[in-house]
Design a protein around this ligand. Structure first.
Ligand code: NAD
Ligand code: UDP
Length: 310
């Protein structure tokens, strides 16, 4: 099969491309390095079944393929808030162009949606039929609302019979190939322990997230694409929920450090809690995460330690 991955130079794009190449597929990676890393593409280029196209998804493209995995979009809050209008364009136009390219070649689409479509959830844990609590005009809205219109486009193309577009709602995922400077909590804490710096906790550190290791998530993508019919949106994430204080303790325990904590203001609209209800993924895809937080953190810390200037 010939897969097109938009956002291939990013964290998840690199994992997905590696997995598909290992499974014997051809992969075309498309990226403009807005938030990804050229080093990730250099690694993928070692496989002759990988091709790279440098392109911005807000501009239409025409690339023959059998599956489009639409991952292009900055995912870290500091990155996507840096140029919010561009983020909204990527989420809307990037998804439209992925769907149009797929329609041209009768390709299936895997759309990287997000738990952010639930906003600051009032229902806990979040099942797929929860419609969310999203601020349409806040600092996170460019991403949250962008991803919501992305889902709308996928649902309408699917309803109209133009494309089979499958929605995965990804909850916080971490692992190797993230950028050390990407600003998300796992990479911040790891970079801080490796540099011997205080760990930055936003607010009181009592907000929760549920962290999924990258390999588990990618297995969910593969099962979603292999499902005989389009099952509608599916949450993919690890249901084990931790406060940011607990995460800081766990990173320090594994790294063997006892650095101070530095409390900083809570960013605007920061969701207080987040935990996926994965019963639909369990039932329809036979999927659930296998890698506990501690084991995933060990692998991630090893990766960052091995980088030249971690
Ligand atoms: P990432 O920032 O590491 O990767 C995104 C990639 O998209 C980067 O390589 C970037 O350069 C590329 N990109 C951005 N704008 C582009 C544009 N205009 N044209 C071409 N390429 C562009 O993020 P990630 O964590 O790998 O996330 C991948 C996808 O998964 C995103 O769509 C994100 O919204 C979604 N997601 C990720 C998480 C997570 O926890 N990692 C959670 C929910 C959803
Ligand atoms: N966070 C933190 N310290 C950091 C970076 C983030 O306490 O150095 C918090 C952040 O406020 C949020 C949680 O960690 O509550 C997860 O943040 P991240 O940016 O990784 O993802 P998202 O908010 O999109 O879930």
């Amino acid at each position: 099969m010939r897969y097109l991955i938009t956002g291939a130079a990013g964290f998840l794009g690199t994992h997905l491309a590696s997995r598909l190449l290992a499974d014997g597929h051809e992969v075309i990676g498309l990226d403009n390095f807005h938030s990804g890393a050229e080093a990730n593409i250099s690694r993928l280029r070692l496989d002759s079944k990988f091709q790279f196209v440098q392109h911005d998804v807000v501009i239409p493209y025409d690339i023959p393929c059998e599956v489009v995995c639409n991952l292009a979009c900055p995912a870290s809050p500091p990155y996507y808030q840096r140029d919010p209008i561009y983020t909204a364009k990527i989420a809307f136009l990037g998804t439209l162009h992925a769907l149009e390219n797929a329609e041209r070649y009768r390709a299936k689409v895997l759309q990287a949606s997000t738990s952010e479509i639930y906003g600051d959830p009032l229902v806990h844990p979040q099942p797929e039929d929860y419609l969310g609590n999203v601020n349409p005009i806040g600092v996170r809205s460019c991403y949250d609302e962008g991803k919501r219109i992305g889902e709308t486009l996928c649902a309408d193309f699917t309803r109209l019979g133009r494309v089979d577009a499958r929605l995965v709602r990804i909850f916080n995922t971490y692992g190797p190939y993230m950028r050390a400077d990407d600003g998300r909590v796992v990479t911040n804490f790891i970079a801080q322990v490796l540099r011997g710096q205080a760990l930055t906790l936003y607010g009181a550190g009592k907000q929760t997230r549920s962290f999924c290791y990258a390999d588990d998530l990618i297995e969910g993508f593969i099962r979603m694409l292999a499902h005989p019919t389009n099952p509608g949106p599916i949450n993919l994430g690890n249901p084990h929920e931790f406060t940011m204080l607990q995460l800081a303790e766990e990173v320090q325990r594994i790294a063997g450090t006892a650095l101070p904590l530095k409390f900083e203001p809570l960013p605007e609209d920061d969701p207080r809690q987040r935990q996926p209800d994965i019963s639909k993924a369990r039932r329809l895809l036979g999927w659930e995460p296998q890698v506990p937080l501690a084991a995933g953190l060990v692998k991630t810390i090893e990766y960052f330690k091995a980088l030249p200037r971690a």
